[in-house]
Design a protein around this ligand. Structure first.
Ligand code: HEM
Length: 453
């Protein structure tokens, strides 16, 4: 029987859970990049892991052969070609973001820019995944529902109990799902919306009408009846991967993309904006780069790739605020030894990304400071110690989409406006969260830049 120890220090908003006998620090490994994924040694943390016979399973909770099948189907949606295809949508949503921010131009009162980014990231993912036709920033109920999912109290009894006593999960998970349905909690409301969108689309397709080119369509194309109960642990020799999904799996994947695509990227943009208001020289340098490279109204994929300094800025933001580290955990599928530490089968290994990404040993004396320039000559060890998107075969499938959205939003925003501190500047950000770590508010004011395009 396993017990988990759950620590939550509010000051750092850092959540670590580490199970049983070993006091294990991932930073002690020589190569943090060795973090595995679905193989015979490490698999998805059983706090997240789905039941083998569950019909509605998404990529984050899938394991073994089922994970491999789902990952094979969804990965092409995040390739360079797919991102280029959806770039006009991202361009359009970012212009709407800038227009909404522009309503606060040169006003004395500050705004919480995090909320604007939530509207933007939700807009992009709802258009790309669910085929929402036009930008619906500040006119969609999705952000509010999603906030309900993410703004959970880490001391919520179900959450806390499941973390502390993983063996109770078989009892807690179904009770929570039942309660969520009865009380119409946000996750269950979101499922209802996705169910009806998928059903609607199926009806149209049955009538021979194919209206969209989004994730729903793609997943429906891959639809079939699968006997997932027979899918077991991953056998690396088993090279054949079935490329089909069930309707329940279509719904589950849409759910996970809305959830994963909303909060993480909005948080990153909010953290970066905070740093940009505090570091005017960095903001100036980013703007210079944008002016040099993004010379057309419609920003291209190639131009985004050329924004090297902006790359450094977004990376540095995620280094200081890794925000989703709770997801970077694995369970040992058999007894093993790591860096001289004996790990028993069933032990959960939680990556301590906060320590790794702020270690003075790895990053130098200025490890706590926002210094984008460090990425220009980052060492191999620093790259290996940078894990905001996890690592190994289960690394975040949406990381490229996230970077594209971030760079597009910043490019459109900074070539028009300047971000400045609130009248009463925030010295530090208040952080909160259970699943991801978000700023309570990022207060900025919007100013026109002297030589705006
Ligand atoms: C800055 C933004 C983001 C951050 C920091 C982030 C972070 C993470 C992390 C830490 C993991 C766990 C990786 C591991 O276990 O090694 C993960 C997995 C995942 N992320 Fe992201 N994510 C971001 C954006 C996105 C976006 C935009 C999407 C999709 C729309 C997405 C979809 C997923 C999915 C589906 C997984 C599960 C992958 C698997 O298990 O195969 N993420 N993400």
């Amino acid at each position: 029987m396993l017990w988990a120890i759950f620590f939550a220090t509010a000051s750092a908003a850092l959540t670590i859970y580490l199970i049983t006998k070993v006091e294990y620090k991932y930073s002690e490994l020589q190569y943090p990049g060795h973090l595995g994924g679905t193989d015979d040694l490490l698999d998805v943390n059983h706090l997240i892991k789905s039941k083998p016979d569950a019909p509605r399973v998404h990529l984050v909770e899938a394991w073994g052969q089922r994970w491999k099948r789902l990952r094979t189907i969804v990965s092409p949606q995040f390739s360079n070609n797919s991102l280029k295809r959806i770039l006009p949508t991202i361009n359009d949503s970012s212009r709407h973001l800038v227009a909404h921010l522009g309503k606060n131009l040169n006003k004395n009162e500050h705004i919480n820019i995090h909320r604007y980014y939530q509207e933007y990231t939700m807009d992009v993912i709802a258009r790309v995944a669910m085929g929402v036709k036009e930008s619906r920033q500040w006119d969609s109920e999705y952000p509010e529902i999603l906030r309900g999912i993410f703004d959970r109290n880490p001391r919520e009894p179900f959450f806390l109990l499941a973390c502390m006593m993983p063996f109770l999960k078989p009892i807690l998970a179904p009770s929570f799902k039942w309660l969520a349905k009865v009380l119409r909690l946000p996750a269950s409301r979101l499922f209802e919306q996705i169910e009806s969108a998928v059903e609607e689309r199926k009806t149209l397709r049955d009538q021979g009408i194919v209206t969209n080119d989004d994730f729903i369509d793609l997943f429906l194309d891959a639809e079939a009846q699968i006997d997932h109960k027979t899918e077991g642990a991953l056998d690396r020799k088993d090279v054949h991967v079935n490329r089909k999904l069930t309707t329940d799996e279509v719904i589950a994947q849409c759910f996970v993309f809305l959830v994963a695509g909303f909060d993480t990227t909005a948080n990153t943009l909010a953290y970066v904006s905070h740093f940009l208001t505090k570091n005017k020289d960095v903001q100036g340098r980013v703007r210079e780069e944008i002016d040099q490279i993004c010379t057309t109204e419609e920003i291209t994929y190639e131009q985004l790739n050329e924004l090297k300094y902006m790359d450094c800025v977004t990376k540095e933001g995620l280094r200081l605020h890794p925000l989703a580290t709770i997801a970077v955990s694995r369970v040992a599928e058999r007894d093993c030894e790591f860096a001289g530490v004996q790990i028993d089968k069933g032990t959960i290994i939680q990556v301590d990304a906060y320590s790794l990404q702020k270690s003075k040993e790895i990053w130098g004396e200025d490890a706590e400071d926002f210094v984008p320039e460090r990425w220009m000559n980052a060492t191999k060890e620093q790259h290996q110690a940078y894990l905001p998107f996890g690592g190994g075969p289960r690394m975040c499938v949406g990381s490229r989409l996230a970077y594209t959205e971030e760079k597009m939003a910043l490019a459109q925003l900074l070539r028009k406006y300047e971000l400045v501190d609130a009248e009463k500047p925030q010295e530090t950000l208040d952080l909160r969260g259970a699943i991801t770590i978000s700023p309570l508010s990022v207060d900025v004011r919007i100013r026109s830049r002297p030589n705006s395009n």
